[in-house]
Structures are given as structure tokens and as C-alpha cells.
Design a protein. Structure first.
Length: 289
């Protein structure tokens, strides 16, 4: 099928674009930045550019947005214009173009302190109530709400994927995060492709994060004594950290639970902490030393 990917020059957009191409789909990338995967150079707020990019498309994957690093450098009005109004424009034009599937890239960052209780790690899933802190969080929630309203009209199959941390950072931090609040870009791309298989109608949302070895009943001990839980639940990570002279996290404050996505999307996160260590050893730019 033909798929429009917005934000195609970004980290996640590029991963999705590449995965779809490898699967044999026709892909059109739309991005404000000229790039080898930006087939149409323009903003999602430019209706003429969007219409051109949507021609003949059956599905849209919408990753384009202003993100957390932009908060201190861009005005709140710009976040509203791109993250909310731009999403509204895109879904309207997609519907007019006959698109029947729409996948929206959202973020677990919008939960903020949602699910937090004194003395316990937050167990965060699709039912956790967000407690947004920044304009980035608020505009992502607003975009989800307008897509949910669009889905209620019964014309589009819309899936919102709230993905956890997925950017280069120091290896020890990144490896530990893969157990409870981080994910590989390739796993994010695979989740988006899995979401495109749905041809129902309405709106559904999933948390997308690395597969965790932890359970809800570990929440208090994870917060109080994370090394003890890691020794039981992730002994290979403990051994790897010891061999490299790294300290284990003393406390873990949240766990993002992807179990619903794993079950309902027929998707599995494949790249855990072992891949982080392998990338570090290969001197991959995906991992910071």
C-alpha cells in the first residue's frame, strides 16, 4: 500500500520510512527538512503540500511534531500550530483523500507525574491519567483528543502510540532504561507497521516501550531498592554492569507497561539492554559512551 510518513527526516520517521520500504510498501516522506527520505519538502500546516503528498495514499503515519528539546526555544503558539492544528489539518485532508488508516506517534512523556505514589514506582499503562508539565505534553494530549473525536465518527482506523525514551544517551543509563522506560527506534518502527494492519474504525491507544521483566508487585521495592529487584529479575544486566564497572540504579521511579500493545498488535520489542551494549562496543552513534 502507499503510506504517507510525516516527519520523515526525524529519528522515528526515518526508521518507519525504512521499515515500510523494506516491506515493499510505496512510501512518501513529508518533512520541512530536505533529506533523502523527504520526498515532499514542506510543513504539515501547508495544505497544498499535504494534498500532494496524500495523492493515492491508503494510510498515514504521523510523526511530525515539535518535541521536548524545542520547549525552551519555540513559542507555545508554535507548538499549538504544529502539534495540534497541524494534526487537525492532516487528518481532515487524509479523510478527504480516502485514507482509511492513520497512526499517530505520541509520547509517554505526557504522563508527567501520572501514576506516582509516595514510596512506589509508578506503573504506567494506557489507563494511567496523564499529569502534563510542559506545552509539549499538553499539545500531544490535545492532538490525541482531536484524533479520538475523529475516530468516533467511524470513518478512520486511528491508532495512537505513546512511545517511551528513544534517543542516544549514555550507555549505562540507556541499558537500564530498556527494562522499564526506554525503547529502540527499530522496535518503535515495527510497532507502527503493526498498527497499520488494523482496518477497523475508531480510536485506540497503546504504550510502546521495551519489554519489562518487572511486575506491579515490584513497585515498592523498585523504588526503595532497585538493585535487589534487578538481581532477581535481570541478573544478566547486573553481571554486565559489574563487568564494565558501572553502578546499578539505586531507585527506579516508573515502569511503562507495553503488555497491551504486545498482545493486541501482535508486536514484540526485540532490542533490549543487550543490544545497547553491543551498539556501544561497535561504537554506534546510537549510544553515547
Amino acid at each position: 500500500m502507499k503510506v504517507l510518513v510525516t516527519g520523515s527526516s526525524g529519528r522515528i520517521g526515518m526508521a518507519i520510512y525504512g521499515r515500510l520500504r523494506r516491506d515493499g510498501h510505496a512510501v512518501v516522506g513529508l518533512d520541512v527538512n530536505p533529506c533523502s527520505v523527504s520526498d515532499v519538502v514542506g510543513s504539515i500546516t501547508d495544505e497544498d503540500k499535504v494534498r500532494a503528498a496524500l495523492e493515492g495514499a491508503q494510510a498515514v503515519v504521523h510523526t511530525a511534531a515539535l518535541h521536548a528539546p524545542h520547549v525552551e526555544h519555540r513559542l507555545d503558539d508554535e507548538f499549538e500550530a504544529i502539534n495540534v492544528e497541524g494534526t487537525a489539518t492532516l487528518v481532515r485532508l487524509a479523510r478527504e483523500a480516502g485514507v482509511d488508516r492513520f497512526v499517530f506517534t505520541s509520547t509517554t512523556a505526557l504522563y508527567g507525574a501520572g501514576g506516582m505514589e509516595p514510596g512506589r514506582a509508578a506503573w504506567v499503562d494506557e489507563d494511567t491519567v496523564p499529569r502534563p508539565k510542559t506545552i509539549y505534553h499538553r499539545t500531544k494530549i490535545a492532538a490525541e483528543k482531536l484524533l479520538e473525536a475523529e475516530g468516533a465518527k467511524g470513518r478512520l482506523a486511528i491508532t495512537g502510540l505513546r512511545m517511551s525514551r528513544c534517543f542516544p544517551e549514555p550507555a549505562a543509563l540507556m541499558a537500564a532504561y530498556r527494562l522499564h522506560r526506554g525503547i529502540d527506534a527499530r522496535d518503535v518502527a515495527n510497532a507502527h507497521v503493526a498498527a497499520l494492519a488494523w482496518r477497523g474504525a475508531g480510536y485506540r491507544r497503546y504504550v510502546i516501550s521495551g519489554k519489562t521483566p518487572f511486575a506491579r508487585e515490584d513497585a515498592a521495592e523498585l523504588f526503595r531498592d532497585a538493585p535487589a529487584v534487578l538481581a532477581r529479575k535481570a541478573p544478566r544486566l547486573v553481571e554486565a554492569f559489574s563487568a564494565r564497572g558501572w553502578k546499578l540504579p539505586a531507585s527506579i521511579d516508573r515502569v511503562y507497561d507495553s503488555s497491551r500493545a504486545i498482545s493486541e498488535l501482535d508486536w514484540q520489542p526485540r532490542y533490549g539492554f543487550e543490544e545497547v551494549l553491543a551498539q556501544l562496543d561497535r561504537e554506534s552513534l546510537e549510544v553515547l559512551p
